[in-house]
Unconditional design. Sequence first.
Length: 238
Amino acid sequence: MAHRNNHFNWHVLQTGSLPLRPDGMIHHRWDHRCTSVLIWPYGERIARDNAVLTDPCFTDAGYSDAAVELKELGVYFEDIGYVFVTHLHADHMLHLPYDVPAPRFRPLRPGEVEPLAGLTTVPVPGHHALQLALMFTAPDERAIWVVGDGVLDEEWLRAWGFYWPNGYTQSEIVETWFSVARILGGADVVVPGHGAPIVITAELVRDLLATFPQAPHAELCPEVADALRARLAGLEGA
Ligand SMILES: [Zn+2]
Ligand SMILES: [Zn+2]
């Protein structure tokens, strides 16, 4: 039986940004782009059969930055065989600048590719009904969760905000908070849909617990606060 690697390296290739802020401000000079991460087994060289790129939607500027990051790792886009899309929104699906040759990426179905068998998914619906988080353990034993728009970025998380231009229903918003609770219950580091990685600390969870009552429809999902309290106890006990 082939060796199953249970630890993965990860490297952010494109740090996402979102011009629309939770308070309604719009930063017109900011790129609307998602966060994309390269993941491959610890102790192995990046190759077509063992490396996956999450949410590979690159803007022109994001692609240039990603190419520099890849060069530092000693590889090219052509060395990556798989892509994983957290949810089917256009700003997360495969996109490269028009003058870049079409790559031969295959979609990753977690569990089906042996070198990447240690990657698992968990549903985090709300923002999108079929939203998935991709989870793995880093070499330092931290649990990394790539959650797409399950969390937009740290500021949106702290504001208990959701992407309101999509026009969510009450039940979708409540589902979003349950997903946030699931994410914060399990992750040590959250890679959000449109921002830099977020380290889950006792301070962050304490702040979120304090502000949760102001979240829209918080009264319909008190279990979310219970989950945050349980996580906080774990973090404070650690
Ligand atoms: Zn989305
Ligand atoms: Zn998005």
